[in-house]
Design a protein around this ligand. Structure first.
Ligand SMILES: Cc1cc2nc3c(=O)[nH]c(=O)nc-3n(C[C@H](O)[C@H](O)[C@H](O)COP(=O)(O)OP(=O)(O)OC[C@H]3O[C@@H](n4cnc5c(N)ncnc54)[C@H](O)[C@@H]3O)c2cc1C
Length: 491
């Protein structure tokens, strides 16, 4: 039996281990933290259950496919719930609307805002659908450096798409005239930690997949998925070593040979899959140079307030976004000035609105997030957290959200610094590198090391990018690459 070591028990690491075990590999996962899941983490307080990281799943078939590929049925492991409406949006000028997943309702909203017209939205959706057809056979299926397959070649017919290659913001502005719809669609590149003014229009695939395939929650919280994967790994005799920090990847004759743990233990390996941030790999290999990612290349981080609220928040949606008045200024502050925005856009997630199992008998979980730069120098000490909290609460108050400050019975705060320290990621950059410019958007760090045979990379910091479905895609791509490399060892 070939032996694989996976460094990190994030979603990508767990999925890779499951896929390799299903192909007959003997797999050990080494995770530096005390629990599996990485950024998909859980906190429980005052009767409430919180997901501390992801709160929205898109592309549900990617999750179904993982279970199906290992001979399991997702419905027997977790219950996916489609969330309606997709989100509620509140704007600084007082406008607000629900992003309904029901097309007639949504078209009525678009027509109200676009003075009777909805053709811009429908044409934008068409562009997104064609980009999706292109992506699913190419970008989502294999690494850009792999040999193209027949499906990828036939998908190239979608390449000459008008509006697909320009700036994302210019494309949104082309299809929509209403400023609220523009701001709503401009937010989607933050799903990959990037600015709408700097990414290519190809990222219009993100609003398309959310609209076409829905936004999903998992009953009991998204962490339930991590529990299910962990259960299946144990059933397949995959060893998950917690508190096992890998400090070196050892090589022999140009191939991986073993990993070394902080306590000195050495674990032999035929293949090593790094699920930690890819920028940390050179140091593990003993290569000279930086052990980090330059700040100018990092995706966004975020500050998250988890509040257990006394009572119920009746009438609120599962997902609500309270937009700032000046979106260009907010992104200028995040990426140029590299500071927490003066007036942040605030995202509120109330899972208890859809899933009562996450609420306590007299309390309700509230997840509140604002984007923040992934800086090394920011202290995120008590005064900085207090100021961010004040700005977030001010935005909620101005947007008409019920007064909650006096009803907070338990609180946990995740700052960029805490994210960086907990998961060992540069500056707390949630998605590794940003996707600014075509090169960075499409040529993300590859899934294998070209200089060391048997070393692979999986997860949000590598191809095809951050976010739970793309991380699962990267696990499939890595396992396919390993399968091919084993059949053709010279590659
Ligand atoms: C606040 C927040 C909100 C988010 N919202 C969403 C959302 O709504 N929807 C969505 O799809 N995605 C969202 N994401 C992104 C999503 O969580 C990530 O893209 C995904 O979970 C990353 O998975 P990964 O496989 O890259 O592993 P990670 O979660 O990055 O885990 C990597 C693991 O490797 C371990 N590790 C690192 N180095 C070592 C080492 N040397 N030795 C041993 N172990 C090591 C780390 O401790 C960690 O556990 C969000 C993330 C955050 C933080």
């Amino acid at each position: 039996m070939n032996r694989a070591i996976v460094i990190g028990a994030g979603l990508g690491g767990l999925a890779t281990a499951l896929r390799l075990a299903a192909r007959g590999w003997r797999v050990t996962i080494c995770e530096r933290s005390a629990s599996p899941g990485g950024k998909m983490n859980r906190w429980c307080a005052a009767g409430c259950t919180f997901d501390t990281g992801p709160s929205l799943l898109t592309m549900p078939w990617v999750f179904e496919e993982l279970f199906a590929d290992i001979g399991e049925r997702i419905t027997e492991q977790v219950r996916l719930i489609s969330v309606h409406p997709l989100a509620h949006y509140v704007f600084a000028d007082g406008e607000q609307f629900a992003h309904s997943a029901l097309l007639p309702d949504w078209l009525a909203t678009v027509r109200r805002l676009e003075r009777g017209r909805a053709d811009g939205f429908l044409r934008y959706l068409t562009l997104g659908s064609r980009l999706f057809e292109l992506s699913k056979a190419t970008f989502f299926r294999s690494s850009p450096f792999d040999r193209p397959n027949p499906a990828a070649l036939s998908a190239l017919k979608y390449l000459p798409l008008r509006h697909a290659w320009g700036s994302y913001a210019a494309t949104v502005n082309h299809f929509f005239r209403d400023t609220h719809l523009r701001q709503m669609f401009l937010r989607y590149p933050t799903y990959v930690g990037s600015s709408p003014w700097r990414v290519p229009a190809m990222l219009s695939v993100i609003p398309f997949v959310e609209y076409a395939y829905g936004g999903h929650h998992i009953e009991g919280g998204l962490y339930t998925l991590i529990e299910a994967l962990t259960r299946l790994l144990c059933a397949r005799s995959v060893e998950i070593r917690l508190n096992a920090d890998v400090v070196a990847i050892e090589k022999k004759a140009g191939r991986v040979a073993a990993v070394r743990l902080a306590d000195g233990e050495r674990l032999r390996a035929d293949v090593v899959v790094m699920n930690g941030d890819v920028s940390r790999a050179p140091a593990l290999l003993g290569r000279p140079g930086s052990n980090s990612l330059p700040e100018s290349e990092r995706s966004l981080s975020g500050v998250v307030f988890l509040w257990a609220i006394r009572g119920r928040l009746e009438g609120q949606s599962h997902h609500t976004v309270f937009f700032s008045a000046d979106y260009p200024r907010e992104f200028g502050e995040l990426f140029d000035d590299r500071r927490f925005p003066t007036e942040p856009t605030v995202y509120v997630n109330l899972p208890g609105r859809t899933d009562p199992t996450m609420a306590g008998p007299e309390t309700e979980p509230m997840f509140v997030m604002a984007n923040a730069p992934a800086n090394d120098a920011d202290a995120w000490d008590a005064p900085m957290i207090a100021e961010a909290r004040r700005r977030v609460l001010a935005r909620l108050h101005a947007g008409g959200f019920p007064e909650v400050e006096s009803r907070i019975v338990a609180e946990s705060v995740w700052t960029p610094r805490r994210l960086a320290d907990t998961y060992d990621m540069p500056g707390g950059a949630i998605y590794g590198t940003h996707s600014h410019g075509r090169r960075r958007a499409f040529l993300r760090p590859p899934n294998r090391d070209w200089r060391v045979a048997g070393l692979y990379f999986v997860g949000g910091s590598t191809h095809p990018g951050g976010g739970t479905p793309t991380v699962l895609m990267s696990a499939r791509i890595v396992c396919d690459q390993i399968g091919t490399d084993i059949r053709h060892p010279a590659r």
